[in-house]
Design a protein around this ligand. Sequence first.
Ligand SMILES: *Cc1c(COP(=O)(O)O)cnc(C)c1O
Length: 361
Amino acid sequence: MTQVFNFSAGPAVLPRDVLLQVQQELTDWHGSGMCVMEMSHRGREFTQIIHEAEADLRQLLAIPADYKVLFMQGGAHFQFGMLPLNLARQDDTVDYVNTGHWSKIAIKEARRFANVNIAASSEDRHFTYVPDEAGWKRTAGAAYLHYCSNETIGGVEFPFIPDSGDVPLICDMSSNILSKPVDISKFGLIYAGAQKNIGPSGLTLAIVREDLLGRARPETPTMLDYKVHADGESLYNTPPTFGIYVAGLVFKWLLSQGGVKGIEQRNIEKASLLYETIDASNGFYSSPVDKPYRSRMNVAFTLKDEKLDDAFLEGAKARDLLQLKGHRAVGGMRASIYNAMTVEGVRALTDYMREFAGSKG
Ligand SMILES: *Cc1c(COP(=O)(O)O)cnc(C)c1O
């Protein structure tokens, strides 16, 4: 069996134990004689699977009782449009913070459905920091305030939760949800595509405060109304059943790792190993991101001479260190080190980085 270390930004590595359990249960889930893919989403077995997944997620994130958990489809991209359709009218103003690639796409989509005010932007310095909250220009009476807590491509992470006052705070948490404890009560709505830190692509998670349900515009397609999914307990239509099953196993795995507090400690350790290697390389490697905002999930770095990029990637591949090429928008390298990446994998990478720098530096 080939054992590799997969640094993909998404779809990303899953815990090996989870994959082995899926393999073991694939043709016969808990003595049912069926694969989860073959089960009715309204049957007894799947009902148990989705209820346990929700209960475990609620425990992991200490989700308050007045929040609904929704398992949906369409990825974060669907949420970019679903959000203004549900929470704003065409002539409302919605505030967005622009910290990179995913913020920009969310903003572009929101502009189709409401007036967008850019409350703050870090575009002036190529999205390498988070603008100081004290300087944000927010709209009085905005329908909501939106931000992306971790810019997956630039490798920029918010070290704080914005204070939105009475305005509902909305977060695209696709790439750092479940990586650390978070106070859910500060948010109106959180959404996340599953394929970074939760499970297979095709599943999208939303955590929404109940008072924000039932506000969709009359013309909103049924499938894009949060209330429809909440009332149907995520079973209004056939949900991505296999994805929910795998996500449920990931939640159980996380609980076995000491929950989000336990995994946070490991995430800090992994990110520190990488950033220390970068910073100690005498400029051979560099991180473009200002230190306080360096992501623990997506470590972007460049080599001092981009002509070495191909050799770096080739050498990495020879050591089974995979998918390290940076996004085409940023260039360089990116090591995504989500919850399921092991410390061992990060050590293998940092050993290689030192060796490569030694041979070429
Ligand atoms: C991956 C990602 C997206 C896009 O997710 P899709 O499932 O492809 O729609 C959006 N936002 C963030 C922060 C992401 O990491």
